[in-house]
Design a protein around this ligand. Structure first.
Ligand code: FAD
Length: 398
């Protein structure tokens, strides 16, 4: 059993395989030098505490007889010979291969993106660089108002750093959140002193002596800064799969059992694109999704019963807001607001045809849990009762 990618999906799968009683050899290849770790703290807690939050201690892998090969980049798959090749030229054979190669930050193709002080955020070493920028109180421009950009903005502002978010779309979180949530969060960030520029496109980054000095926008505006975070999304690391001739569509295409177009090869985590019952293939980038697919792959490998589908969900921390989101936020939802956005405690229930399709909540765990259950069970709700916080959630069901 070979697993390529020692991130959340790959490491979870290796542990679950042993838990399910798989006795054969398990080898986990990772091209980073660190043991598998939690990535969510990298954007939420990079200014404080330990960044090195290992998924499992080193002893776990030893005790479970999981061979972890760190600093090993897998460069090719020989499907006919059922073996992989590493950068050091070694070959390793497999009965089953699991690709869990994740995603990497999308590059910003503008002049100056290579200057010192321009960073992206995916790995522990990226987070250490970002921490240094914040410790030195360097004025920060964040290109991209996605979840990672806004989380970093919140931490940096809380540390007293001057922060400007430059977003090409007309609102932050344009791809991943409802317009209402974008509006609420943008207002919250602005109240804390973050400058947010919407509809603003970066055309170049200027520097002096190799170091970043300003971000320049299409209309000529110059934003002086000493650090830049590029947060314009992530792209799947599917090169290995593409080269091996597996079916890919900006991500490795898998089914609901984590199977690729080769019966000997499975794929899980951020690198995959999969069916979610909506008709389209979706690429999710989240811990719950990676964990769910690790379970699917283990069931496929061990012949256990298929794993029941989970409603996709995600979380984010921004200032004092603990956000939890479930379901796929549709473009033009009907929305019920429960709670008080101004007080930082609310849930936006998006519904269609009498059932909930997604919930976006802040500091409202009960509403989040109820919303997730309503989505899974396609429960019919009464929007007026759901909007009334004095009505218990269960009484909103019709
Ligand atoms: P990864 O964790 O990226 O692991 C893939 C690993 O494979 C990497 O170590 C990579 O170096 C390695 N690799 C790639 N190619 C090769 C190769 N050829 N040979 C060897 N090794 C290879 N999700 C949430 O649900 N909530 C959050 O709050 C949240 N916050 C996040 C904050 C940040 C800063 C980031 C970057 C992500 C966050 N995510 C969050 C997303 C979550 O971390 C990912 O969905 C999850 O890590 C995906 O796991 P993965 O194993 O698919 O990919």
């Amino acid at each position: 059993m070979l697993v390529v990618g020692a991130g959340h999906a790959g490491a979870t799968l290796a542990g679950l395989l042993r838990q399910a009683g798989h006795r054969g050899p398990v080898e986990l290849f990772g091209d980073e030098v660190d043991l598998p770790y939690h990535r969510p703290p990298l954007s939420k807690k990079f200014a404080e505490g330990d960044l090195e939050q290992w998924l499992r201690p080193a002893e776990f892998y030893r005790e479970q007889d999981i061979t972890v090969r760190l600093g090993e980049h897998v460069v090719g798959i020989d499907r006919d010979g059922r073996r992989v090749r590493t950068g050091s030229g070694d070959f390793h054979s497999y009965d089953h291969l699991v690709l869990a190669t994740g995603a990497e930050p999308r590059a910003l193709p503008v002049p100056g993106a290579e200057l010192s002080g321009v960073v992206s955020l995916r790995t522990l070493s990226d987070a250490r660089i970002l921490r240094k920028c914040v410790e030195e109180r360097r004025a920060l421009v964040i290109v991209g108002g996605g979840y990672i950009g806004l989380e970093v903005a919140a931490v940096a502002r809380s540390c007293g750093v001057a922060v400007t978010v430059v977003e090409r779309e007309e609102r932050v979180l344009g791809r991943v959140a409802s317009a209402r949530l974008s509006e609420i969060l943008a207002a919250h960030h602005r109240e804390q002193g973050t400058h947010i520029l919407n509809g603003a496109e970066v055309t170049r980054i200027d520097g002096a002596d190799g170091r970043v000095r300003a971000v320049v926008l299409e209309d000529g505006t110059q934003i002086p800064c000493e650090a830049v975070l590029i947060g314009v999304g992530a792209v799947p690391r599917d090169r290995l799969a593409v080269d091996a001739g597996l079916v890919c569509a900006q991500g490795i295409v898998v089914d609901e059992h984590a199977r690729t177009s080769d019966p000997r090869i499975l794929a899980i985590g951020d690198v995959t694109r999969r069916p979610l019952g909506t008709g389209a293939l979706v690429r999710l980038e989240s811990i719950p999704s990676a964990t769910e697919q690790a379970k699917q792959a283990v069931a496929t490998i061990t012949g256990a019963a298929p794993v029941a589908a989970e409603v996709p969900w995600f979380w984010s921390d921004q200032f004092d807001l603990k956000l939890k989101i479930a379901g796929l936020v549709p473009p033009t939802p009907h929305t019920v607001v429960r709670g008080d956005p101004a007080a930082g405690r609310f849930a936006l229930f998006h519904h269609h045809g009498g059932t909930i399709t997604a919930v976006e909540s802040a500091n409202s765990p009960a509403e989040f849990m109820a919303g997730k259950k309503f989505i899974a069970s396609r429960t019919r709700i009464d929007p007026a009762r759901l909007a009334d916080s004095s009505v218990p959630l269960r009484d909103a069901v019709v």
